[in-house]
Ligand binder design. Sequence first.
Ligand code: 6PG
Length: 244
Amino acid sequence: MQDIRTYPDAHGLAHAAAEHFMAIASEAIAARGRFSVALAGGSTPRPLYEHLATGKLASQLPWSSVHVFWGDERCVPPNHPDSNYAMARETLLDHVPIPPPNVHRIRGEMDPTEAAVVYERTLRQFFVPGPEPEMVTFDLVLLGMGTDGHTASLFPGSDLLDEQRRWVAAHHAHQARGWRVTLTPVAINAARHVTFLVSGAAKAEILRQVLADARQPDPLPAQIVAPRSGNLLWLLDSPAAALL
Ligand code: 6PG
């Protein structure tokens, strides 16, 4: 059963997503002393990150217990306008007292294959040994979705949709016109909470297909997201949800 919550507009969506983020963070820190989150890239999460960086919300979290990762990264330098790290740094990380060692970016400036190896090593050092041996259990993975149904950097027709072993992979996504490093479905589906943020009328048709049509992840990669034991939540604004 999909948990789908709809809000009037992108602003309402950002507020709800921030409350969701804070609730999971507080629970994780209370239960395990730390909160691990993989941030989404693209433009949809910007209002969420900006909201998290403002006023009372930012002061509510013990940022020294927060560890930030990314669900995927474009293979560009960290100060490049296309960098998902740069967007999160500009909107959130530069505005909260998170210790630099707690920011685990994907090295977009490196050779993509090497960057994937380094990032997977970072995940294994952080998560293993964990509650489930050999598993990467993010407390929260935030995801966006493209108008072609991709999520993270898992694009239609990608071999990574069938990946069973690696947590991280690099590949040249012709749809993205460049190299990407991405979490694989193995890592995403091991998370305690996976939350999609989808906003805007342009996503309405693809969202209808992803949520209502038969399961076929190859053309609709967002359908590969099915947490093994975690929670899956869709946070939408009304324009995106218009055809549901
Ligand atoms: C990226 C993201 C990607 C994004 C979707 C939606 O690196 O671009 O990981 O999966 O979430 O493309 O992007 P928008 O939020 O900009 O529509």
